[in-house]
Design a protein around this ligand. Structure first.
Ligand code: Y39
Ligand code: Y39
Ligand code: FE
Ligand code: FE
Ligand code: FE
Length: 230
């Protein structure tokens, strides 16, 4: 990975960079806001984990503020309308699941799929980020592992009874993540974030999560392949 070389060629003040950043920055700001809302909703659904979930939500609020500062630092105006559209399908699926009190699907969407998406994107972004955004993102990504861990632990503890529901939620939502990646790939490339690296990191993080929860390698292979059927 020619990261140093690639970073040296980025001009963070160029119009091309700032144009792409206006959408990527908006995606992370919107994503962090929706993550906040989702953990608040989960705190209602899981009273026994209320305090922990509220503390995760608080972190998401902090992440949002951090990324807003990253945009301001580059004098970029985030395209929030684009970002809301970007998240609309996952947002809708989370809403339907939460209205049905379907904790398993809510956890699969937010704590597995979206957190793995964030972890892979932030890890790929860090070596290419401007120094201000790099510091912020390094702090954020540490928290995202805690969020992923919450989902893993809960689903692992209820594995036998929720196995089929996890599989169904995966089948429904992984193709959406694949679409989202494709919608942002061109802008990500301007920030020196390669699509292939994003997919690779995502699949590693997501496969590890499924394994920690209790799925076999065979299950994981099958479940990962559903991402391609979007
Ligand atoms: O749990 C969280 O904090 C997740 C909401 C944040 C997701 C951010 C999504 C990042 C996608 C960026 C795409 C760049 C290729
Ligand atoms: O190429 C593949 O193996 C596809 C099955 C996988 C689709 C899973 C979606 C990947 C989303 C990556 C998001 C990175 C931020
Ligand atoms: Fe690279
Ligand atoms: Fe976050
Ligand atoms: Fe998170």
């Amino acid at each position: 990975m020619p990261q140093l070389e690639a970073t040296a060629t980025l001009d963070y003040q160029s119009d091309v960079y700032k144009d792409a950043y206006s959408r990527i920055n908006a995606i992370v700001i919107e994503g962090e806001q929706e993550a906040f809302d989702n953990y608040i909703r989960l705190a209602d659904m899981l009273p026994e984990s209320q305090d922990e979930l509220k503390s995760l939500a608080k972190m998401e609020k902090r992440h949002k503020k951090g990324f807003q500062a990253c945009g301001r630092n580059l004098s970029v105006v985030a395209d929030m309308e684009f970002a809301q559209e970007f998240f609309s399908k996952l947002h809708q699926n989370f809403k339907v699941a939460s209205e049905a009190n379907d904790v398993v699907t809510c956890l699969v969407i937010q704590s597995l799929i979206i957190e793995c998406f964030a972890i892979s994107a932030y890890n790929i972004y860090i070596p290419h980020a401007d120094p201000f955004a790099r510091k912020i993102t390094e702090g954020v990504v540490k928290d995202e592992y805690l969020h992923l861990n919450f989902g893993e632990e809960w689903l692992k503890a209820h594995f036998e009874e929720c196995k089929d529901r996890i599989d169904a939620a995966n089948r429904e939502n992984l193709p959406i993540i694949w679409e989202m990646l494709n919608a942002v790939a061109k802008d990500a490339k301007v920030l020196n974030m390669e699509k292939e690296e994003l997919i690779e990191d995502f699949m590693i993080a997501y496969g590890e999560a499924l394994s920690n929860i209790g799925f076999t390698t065979r299950d994981i292979m099958k479940m990962s392949s559903y991402g391609l059927r979007g």
